[in-house]
Write a protein that binds this ligand. Structure first.
Ligand code: ATP
Ligand code: MG
Length: 262
């Protein structure tokens, strides 16, 4: 289970100066007067995890997340948010439930937390994390529009970050961040929308997303196959025509040889 350890902001929304928030593992609350930037902190978490919609971040354009100055301070040229998470033992209630689930379904993904796994790791599988391991994800956006994602300080793709958090409740179908009014929205939403949240909580959505990827690959292979069949058909036609020409040539050679002999 991943636990939030630290959030660091620089030039993000109202946080012009480098600001570090350290969570010591217990429940943390943010209190302050209206407009002091509490929701901006939640926006920072969504943003560093790859949020692509400026509207979800309460802005019009993505560049609205960059500190845009005050009467006494010029705007900054870049917004940066880093989030450090630490792998920790899940609470005993959750590990008991995971053990129970493991008994029912045999072995599987629930073995992740304990580090033992009976299946060989797939080539693209992430390395298992041990309790105490840290992950630091960083996102930067420059006014020029250039943007960067970093994983433990190394440049990476957005996909790499999404992969880590899929199935943890922090993925695209996120339920880890629930804003004002969202609970009511969840309760009154369509069953299919509610299903997405339950699936994410059950850890199924990462498999669904892998299934979608695999299906897309299958479809592209199918199209390649169709193209190859077209080419094959064309070549078979050419081969038949060449065969006819070859047998004509052979017949000519035969007759020509006979003619010479006579
Ligand atoms: P409430 O209690 O009303 O929910 P809050 O503490 O959640 O308030 P936020 O919505 O997080 O407050 O912060 C709003 C403040 O952030 C506003 O004062 C707004 O001007 C400031 N702000 C937002 N984007 C930027 C930006 N790009 N640059 C500078 N300030 C910004
Ligand atoms: Mg708010």
């Amino acid at each position: 289970m991943l636990r939030l350890k630290e959030l660091e902001l620089l030039g993000f929304k109202s946080f012009a100066d480098r600001t570090r928030l350290i969570c010591d593992g217990s429940t943390a609350g943010v209190v302050g007067p209206n407009g002091c930037g509490k929701s901006n902190l939640a926006d920072a978490v969504s943003w560093v995890l790859g949020e692509q919609s400026a509207r979800m971040l309460r802005g019009e354009r993505m560049s609205d997340v960059i500190f845009n100055g005050t009467g006494t301070r010029p705007p900054t040229g870049m917004a940066e948010v880093s989030m450090t998470l630490v792998e920790s033992e899940p609470p005993s209630m959750i590990s008991a439930a995971a053990d129970e689930l493991e008994k029912v379904i045999g072995v599987g993904e629930t073995a992740d937390a304990s580090g033992s796994r009976s299946e060989p790791l797939a080539k693209d599988a992430r390395p298992l994390r041990r309790p105490g391991d840290e992950i630091k994800v960083t996102r930067r956006l420059f006014r020029s529009g250039e943007s960067e994602y970093l994983l433990n300080g190394d440049a990476c793709r957005l996909r790499d970050i999404q992969d880590i958090f899929m199935g943890t409740g922090l993925g695209p179908e996120s339920y880890a961040i629930i804003e004002q009014g969202r609970i009511g929205q969840i309760l009154s939403s369509k069953p299919s929308d509610r299903r997405a949240i339950i699936e994410e909580a059950a850890g199924i959505s990462k498999f669904k997303s892998r299934k979608r990827l695999a299906e897309a690959k299958l479809e592209s292979s199918r199209q390649n196959l169709a193209r190859i069949n077209d080419i094959l058909e064309e070549i078979v036609k050419q081969v038949n025509s060449l065969k006819r020409q070859a047998s004509k040539a052979a017949r000519y050679k035969e007759l020509h040889g006979e003619l010479r002999a006579r």
